[in-house]
Design a protein around this ligand. Structure first.
Ligand SMILES: [Zn+2]
Length: 445
């Protein structure tokens, strides 16, 4: 049976449109968009829901941990704190943490997520699909649309065997990884070789061709690349090439590939990324949180590059804040304003840019309100202090520069309302379960 949602304004690929109804089929896709003559509406201004193109949901449990100023705190010391927690998380814990992270994403304006999943094995080190199933079940309970990207992780560094605290991430044999991939079902899948640091470059090509046997030719391929300066320096030392040069030498980079972070990509590399048609997946809040640096987003964008955003560490989950920091990082770097804006303003092009990039990164018809795409959307609050008395493009400019997730009146996935006035449909159940699991995990640290 069709669902019908009526809005005073919606943002479609054609622009802002007034008084429309979305007719949604029984699998949650938009069947048609029609004029609405009545005066009863489900909301004011509907935007496509934002795809979250990079997440490690279990890291939500790191919030409040790892902020010590003792010694030289860096990405690498944060990573040690993350490992300490990760080694203790079992499948039941992960399901609860994932449900919490995914519910928070929905409240933060993200309606779909590419989960870069590397916490594969059980706490005792034994292999199985339980941890991946916990992520899938967490997404189902939260009501978010998922693309699951099992991660191939083989070594602890360019020339290092994995440490014991990394053993739950590791598949030494590609066949074991492909066996896991083959046993997963029920959600769209892709692959994620972790990085050229954690996977031998030749193995990236092998796993890509092995995955083709299971998934066909069309599936998302994601990889962390050039996030940290040390990683770039070590790669140059070990291979005589940067991570992006090395990757490009071993696989044919094209629009199926998403390069996560690419923070320290050189000008030549960003041009090459653009030519290849890869998506740059940027995670501004996490990149700032970890002290990574800034990608040349404005130049990449000006040359027509495709950008998606991800919540990555999930330390703070808010699609609007991610976009604000994406723009402000470029302003601080370039000493000018409106770096990712166009002649229509800032909010609309930025929102649309990240939605289009997210669609590519997830490999699903999301991030646009038009027939054939999923009816995943966020609805802005007309009575918001930030948005009041504004319309269309100016409302989106205000949302990006002055707003946050509290300016969302509702969030829908597949035409179903999962967040209403900031409240997720599961109410406090998610928070209560999460509190119990976190109390136990933190006590065991
Ligand atoms: Zn990541």
């Amino acid at each position: 049976m069709n669902t019908v949602l009526r809005f005073q304004h919606i943002l479609t690929p054609e622009g802002f449109e007034r008084q429309k109804r979305l007719v949604i089929d029984d699998i949650g896709r938009i069947d048609s968009i029609e004029d609405e003559a009545g005066d009863a509406f489900d909301g004011w201004l509907a935007l496509p829901g934002m795809p979250d193109a990079h997440s490690h949901c279990f890291q939500r449990a790191m919030v409040g941990l790892g902020e010590s100023a003792a010694g030289e705190d860096s990405f690498w010391s944060w990573r040690e704190a993350m490992y300490q927690l990760a080694t203790r998380i079992g499948p039941e814990d992960l399901q609860v943490i994932a449900t919490r992270a995914f519910s928070d994403m929905l409240r933060g304006g993200f309606t779909s997520v590419a989960e870069f999943h590397y916490l594969h094995h059980l706490p005792d080190g034994s292999a199985g699909t339980e941890m991946a199933q916990a992520v899938i079940e967490g997404a189902r309970l939260a009501g978010i649309r998922l693309t699951l990207l099992p991660v191939l992780y083989q070594r602890g560094g360019f020339d290092a065997v994995p440490a014991s605290r990394q053993r739950r991430f590791v598949h030494q044999r590609i066949d074991d990884f492909l066996d896991l991939l083959d046993r997963l079902s029920g959600v769209p899948l892709g692959i994620a070789p972790h990085s050229v640091r954690a996977v031998e470059p030749a193995a990236i090509a092998d796993v890509e061709s092995g995955a083709r046997e299971i998934l066909g030719d069309v599936f998302p391929r994601h990889i962390h690349v050039s996030e940290q300066l040390i990683e770039v320096e070590e790669c140059l030392e070990f291979y005589g090439k940067t991570p992006i040069e090395l990757l490009a030498e071993h696989v044919s980079l094209d629009h199926h590939w998403s390069l996560v972070h690419a923070t320290h990509a050189t000008e030549v590399e960003t041009e090459e990324m653009n030519r290849a048609g890869v998506t740059a997946v940027l995670c501004p809040l996490t990149e700032a949180y970890l002290g990574d640096g800034l990608f040349h987003a404005a130049a990449f964008r000006e040359a027509g590059g495709r950008i998606a955003i991800g919540s990555d560490s999930n330390v703070r989950i808010d699609a609007i804040e991610e976009l604000r920091l994406l723009e402000y990082g470029q302003r601080l770097r370039l000493h000018r304003r409106a770096c990712l804006a166009d002649e229509t303003g800032l909010g609309r092009p930025l929102w649309e840019l990240a939605c289009r990039g997210g669609e590519h990164a997830l490999g699903q018809p999301v991030g646009r309100l038009e027939p054939g795409a999923f009816a995943d959307l966020v609805v802005l609050r007309k009575d918001s202090v930030v948005l009041s008395a504004l319309e269309d493009a100016q409302a989106l400019d205000a949302l990006i520069t002055a707003g946050c997730a509290q300016d969302l009146a509702a969030v829908y996935v597949g035409g179903r309302r999962v967040v209403d006035n900031g409240e997720h449909e599961r109410g406090l159940a998610t928070t209560d379960e999460y509190g119990v699991v976190m109390g136990r995990l933190r006590n065991s640290l």
